[in-house]
Design a binder for this molecule. Structure first.
Ligand SMILES: Nc1nc2c(ncn2[C@@H]2O[C@H](COP(=O)(O)OP(=O)(O)OP(=O)(O)O)[C@@H](O)[C@H]2O)c(=O)[nH]1
Ligand SMILES: [Mg+2]
Length: 336
């Protein structure tokens, strides 16, 4: 399945049905009164956020949604049928823009939130309603109200509690697969992972945390190099970051350089990203010599806390998960 995080769709609500002009016809009552029913309302188009979708892929091929019109009113005071609503499921974290004006219309941040993006037209009133003492036999009814047509641009910004950032090959995908059910591709070359992956970490006795593996961050990403800029926007809606650094490097300068490169990219994209609480984590501590580089790196960073793990051998993962929980509890602002 492809990762689609942007799509443009056309939505059309149904027209309201027209009201009916009709008169009662009964035996022995030569001129019955008006009995024209109202038209039914047109169907609406509704967007609903769901936790079962993680991309906008399903909208990539089917981009037009037209809800049915309301049925016309009928004689004998019968109301026309209402057009059924169309419900379009989207992942939580979907922003809805008017594609023509560029205005942000809605932000569906949590599952089960729903909005009517195109409201069905109201049905017209039948001639029954126009009966009065001065006009006992109205020969008119209202037309139905027309539906709305709108072009919407949907943009997904993943909502995750924790974003794992780091240069290619740092071990982000290895880490997310070690702590959650996510199974992204892992390999010994940069740019293995091409799309962000979400996983749920379930700490024993704690709240589940949604974690995102954000690939593609490289030098110059914020200015458009590679795919990084597309994925930086997913970092925007994570609450805290795990900044993962490959400690199986040649010398401690590599570690510092990698660390600063990622921080520069975050700052370059937006001040908000740079301000997010960050847990600095050195990975691949199972490799010979990594411990020594880690010591030097920590010294260079001053007193800042740095965790040491091996995602491959699972060393240090429990303390890391506890740290993530603590940071999230400290930072209670939802959505980030
Ligand atoms: N020795 C050792 N190797 C590791 C560890 N974690 C990851 N690796 C290896 O490092 C390589 C890169 O790991 P990935 O998890 O694919 O790295 P990534 O950060 O997701 O890389 P991209 O998807 O390319 O951005 C793989 O060969 C992993 O097996 C670790 O703790 N120790
Ligand atoms: Mg990866």
């Amino acid at each position: 399945m492809k990762f689609i995080d942007e799509v443009t769709i056309l939505v059309q609500s149904g027209d309201g049905g027209r009201g009916c002009v009709s008169f009662r016809r009964e035996r022995f009552i030569p001129r019955g009164g008006p009995d024209g029913g109202d038209g039914g309302s047109g169907g609406s188009v509704i967007l609903r956020a769901t936790s079962r979708k993680h991309t906008l892929y399903h909208l990539h091929f089917n981009k037009q949604f037209k809800a049915p019109n309301g049925g016309p009113g009928q004689g004998s005071q019968k109301t026309g049928r209402n057009g059924t609503d169309i419900v379009i499921d989207v992942p939580a974290g979907t922003l809805v823009y008017n594609a023509d004006s560029g205005d942000l219309l809605y932000d569906l941040t949590h599952a089960d939130q729903q909005v009517i993006v195109a409201r069905g037209g109201r049905g017209g009133v039948g001639n029954l309603h126009f009966k009065s003492s001065t006009n006992r036999a109205p020969r008119f009814a209202q037309p139905g109200e027309p539906g709305q047509t709108l072009t919407l641009k949907l943009e997904l910004k993943l909502m995750a509690d924790v974003g794992i950032v780091g240069l290619p090959n740092a071990g982000k995908s290895t880490l997310i697969s070690a702590i959650s059910g996510a199974r992204p591709k892992i390999a010994d070359y940069p740019f293995t992972t091409l799309i962000p992956n979400l996983g749920v970490v379930q700490p024993p006795g704690g709240e589940p945390m949604v974690v995102a593996d954000i690939p593609g961050l490289i030098e110059g990403a914020h200015a458009g190099s590679g795919l990084g800029i597309r994925f930086l926007r997913h970092v925007e809606r994570t609450r805290i970051l795990v900044h993962l650094i490959d400690a199986a490097a040649l010398d401690e300068n590599d570690l510092l350089r990698d660390y600063r490169t990622i921080n520069r990219e975050l700052t370059g994209y937006s001040g908000d990203l740079a301000q997010k609480p960050q847990i600095v984590v050195l990975n691949k501590l199972d490799v010979d010599g990594a411990e020594r580089l880690a010591d030097l790196f920590c010294r260079a960073l001053g007193g800042q806390p740095v965790l040491r793990i091996s995602a491959a051998t699972r060393r240090g993962l429990d303390p890391l998960i506890r740290h993530m929980q603590q940071q999230l509890n400290r930072d209670e602002t939802p959505g980030g």
